[in-house]
Design a protein around this ligand. Structure first.
Ligand SMILES: NC(=O)c1ccc[n+]([C@@H]2O[C@H](COP(=O)([O-])OP(=O)(O)OC[C@H]3O[C@@H](n4cnc5c(N)ncnc54)[C@H](O)[C@@H]3O)[C@@H](O)[C@H]2O)c1
Length: 339
């Protein structure tokens, strides 16, 4: 039965900066929910609320008191995510929490308990989980067709100032607010690799500030990581001209490669000499976030026993540990074991 606008789930987007505005637009585009927006910056809040003709909530605590929300989409800087998530869980709302889950492990346990009490659907917005070429690669790896995966390499980069000209003035400029390449950028790839290969168990990180003007956080990262018995090397910088991300997994029976910038994934199995590529037709960036919004709404509806493709809270905690271990290794110059 079609839902009327008064019976659609009510979603509050908390923080309507760069990604919050995108989530607002993409949740609206699903036509499966009614969206409102909250931001501590009153000028921004009213501009965005007017642009999308949605209700503006200037005070988060007051909004939770006066209204009933079915879900929160948490799009504030990382160090605020867990507190807002706890308040949302206590309100009884489902939660879509932007990455990274936080900047420390403080408050993880309390948030986990609040989520368990609420019993609501929770996901972390590591959006690579809905990129068709990564989702299909993940499904292929899980079939076991590659045999045991033993080795992997990942190489990524982009000219960050082109994509985020304000990088000096936002959370990116400071580690404490989730800034730097590890917590802000390569964390997407670290999470995706954990999804494909299992949790990282040991990391050695060499990273430094190489080029971006006006900040001192690391913009270039090399990681040598063990995901248990899989050896993985990661490399990323945020100043190169090509906007590219590619990784290859090598297993006992063949190899699998993903080229994000070509929207494709492929395999070369033992005995073959050419890659077999599967390519997704061109799509808009919003299409990926609409897919994520739909997957989250599906999770809220219950998946009839099927697992959601989205990153779970526990997977988000694991990638947070991976981020923190990489930062510790960068600071100490030593490998760090992840418990
Ligand atoms: N998945 C992605 O592709 C992606 C892309 C960009 C950012 N992000 C993540 O999303 C988060 C936000 O990033 P952004 O680029 O949108 O940042 P931003 O600085 O553009 O926006 C953050 C907004 O949150 C508001 N805010 C801060 N504290 C608040 C509070 N307590 N209550 C209400 N509003 C509050 C600020 O006023 C600001 O408008 C970060 O964790 C970032 O890592 C994810």
């Amino acid at each position: 039965m079609a839902q009327t606008s008064s019976t659609l789930p009510r979603i509050l987007v908390v923080g309507c900066g760069s990604i919050g505005e995108r989530h607002l637009r993409c949740f609206q585009a699903t036509k499966r929910c009614k969206v409102e927006v909250c931001d501590a910056n009153a000028t921004l809040l009213h501009t965005v609320a007017e642009r999308y003709a949605v209700k503006a909530q200037p005070d988060f605590a007051a909004a939770l008191k006066s209204s009933r929300y079915d879900a929160l989409v948490i799009c504030t800087p990382a160090q605020t995510h867990l507190l807002i998530a706890r308040q949302g869980a206590e309100h009884g709302a489902a939660l879509l929490i932007e990455k990274p889950l936080s900047t420390s492990l403080d408050g993880v346990e309390e948030t986990r308990c609040a989520i368990e009490r609420s019993g609501r659907h929770v996901a972390v917005a590591y959006v690579y989980h809905v990129f068709p070429w990564i989702l299909a690669a993940q499904e292929f790896v899980k079939t076991g067709a590659l045999g045991r995966v033993l080795h992997a390499t990942l190489c990524a980069g982009q000219h960050f100032p082109t994509f985020r000209p304000a990088y000096r003035d936002i959370y990116y400029a400071k580690r404490e607010t989730g800034g730097g390449c590890i917590q802000d950028a390569i964390t997407h790839a670290m999470n995706a690799m954990e999804w494909l290969l299992g949790p990282a168990t040991r990391v050695f990180c060499d990273a430094s500030h190489q080029m971006l003007e006006g900040v001192t956080v690391e913009d270039t990262v090399n990681l040598s990581v063990r995901h248990d018995n899989v050896l993985v090397s990661y490399a990323m910088n945020q100043f190169q001209t090509p906007n590219e991300l590619a990784f290859t997994l090598h297993g006992e029976k063949g190899s699998l490669s993903v080229e994000h910038h070509h929207r494709r994934w492929g395999t070369m199995m033992r005995g073959e000499t050419e890659w077999s590529w599967r390519t997704t037709p061109p799509l808009e960036r919003d299409d990926l976030f609409i897919a994520q919004a739909n997957a989250f709404l599906d999770g809220m509806d219950g998946m009839e026993g099927k697992p959601s493709p989205l990153c779970t809270f526990e997977e988000g905690v694991q990638t947070l540990k991976f981020n923190l271990a990489a930062l510790r290794s960068m600071d100490s110059g030593l490998p760090v074991t992840i418990s």
